[in-house]
Design a protein around this ligand. Structure first.
Ligand SMILES: NC(=O)C1=CN([C@@H]2O[C@H](COP(=O)(O)OP(=O)(O)OC[C@H]3O[C@@H](n4cnc5c(N)ncnc54)[C@H](OP(=O)(O)O)[C@@H]3O)[C@@H](O)[C@H]2O)C=CC1
Ligand SMILES: O=C(O)[C@@H]1CCC=N1
Length: 274
């Protein structure tokens, strides 16, 4: 397995923070990671976990300070902040440091126009926190097999990795980057349904959440197709058959496709700096 070089993380919130915590859970030494944050409070929280952290509130050069000496730089700021953040660090990056962005929309071409380094665009998801992410990885024009291997090593420490051409990364983002939100939304809706059927909130949550978790474990542990596991629940002339018939009328694939197209359109807006 490729050993990770020293890691700098520019912006460590929900997404990059989940990756850092997942890496630490995988055995990475927190002291080998340096993060920058906007606020002092966030930097203090990281320091309490043993991570080196500098806040822009305390040091306006925090981003340049944390990339000094790093071999791998994870860019975890919001898409609109990527250009300014790269400009801030361009002069401080080691020439062979690999820059890996998690930002939605922002292209490798944009990043390559701002720093001379090899860049890789990725789209992870928040289950990285518990090392169960799935991450899409696309190489920029300066990134070769060695740089891709580094990105694979980074993300495979926190879950599964899919390599893909950059043209597909917005679509992957619509399915798996945003996917946890889709799944939690379904759990919320199933919980609300249970409440309408007379359960109090706690029981409604328990029914919805444990059904999701148990079903996910079953899917993983049996390796069966979801359609087969569904068939095993759906007794001929039984009750589930009626549920599936109603859900089928809702044309959920069309609904999910429309939702994904909306996300892809937004990614294109973000790419254009909107
Ligand atoms: N959330 C998700 O599920 C996913 C997000 N992404 C991508 O991850 C990126 C970050 O999103 P998310 O984690 O949700 O956002 P958050 O707001 O949770 O995190 C942003 C982080 O950036 C820090 N920050 C803000 N300004 C600066 C700056 N100028 N320099 C350095 N750090 C800064 C913030 O500091 P402070 O903590 O002090 O506020 C915070 O730690 C986005 O580009 C998004 O597209 C990709 C996949 C999934
Ligand atoms: O909502 C967003 O823009 C980011 C990218 C994928 C998940 N969260």
């Amino acid at each position: 397995m490729t050993t990770l070089p020293s890691l700098a993380v520019l912006g460590a919130g929900s997404m990059a923070g989940a990756i850092v915590r997942g890496l630490i859970a995988s055995g990475v030494d927190p002291a080998s990671v340096a993060v920058s944050t906007r606020s002092t409070a966030s930097a203090e929280a990281w320091r309490a976990e043993g991570v080196r952290a500098v806040a822009l509130e305390d040091d306006p050069d925090a981003n340049a300070a944390v990339v000094a000496g790093a071999g791998l730089v994870l860019l975890g700021v919001k898409p609109a902040m990527v250009p300014d953040t790269l400009r801030e660090v361009a002069g401080a990056l080691a020439p062979d440091a690999v820059v890996v962005s998690v930002a939605a929309g922002v292209t490798t071409a944009t990043m390559e126009s701002l720093v001379p380094n090899p860049v890789i665009r990725s789209m992870p998801n928040t289950p990285a926190l518990v090392r169960r992410a799935v991450t899409g990885v696309a190489a920029g024009s300066r990134a070769g097999e060695a740089e891709l291997a580094l990105a694979r090593a980074l993300f495979s420490a926190v879950g599964a990795v899919v390599e893909l051409p950059e043209e597909q990364i917005d679509a992957l983002s619509a399915i798996s980057g945003s996917g946890p939100a889709t799944i939690y939304f379904l759990v919320e809706k199933l919980t609300e349904t249970a409440e309408r059927l007379g359960f109090d909130h706690d029981d409604a949550r328990l029914l919805a959440e444990q059904t999701l978790i148990g079903s996910a474990y079953l899917l993983e542990s049996t390796g069966e197709e979801p359609a087969e596991l569904r068939r095993r629940v759906t007794s001929p002339k039984g009750t589930t058959e009626r549920i599936i018939a109603v859900l089928d009328e809702a044309q959920l694939t069309d609904v999910f496709e429309r939702a994904a197209e909306a996300a892809i359109a937004r990614a294109r807006e973000l790419a254009a700096g909107a």
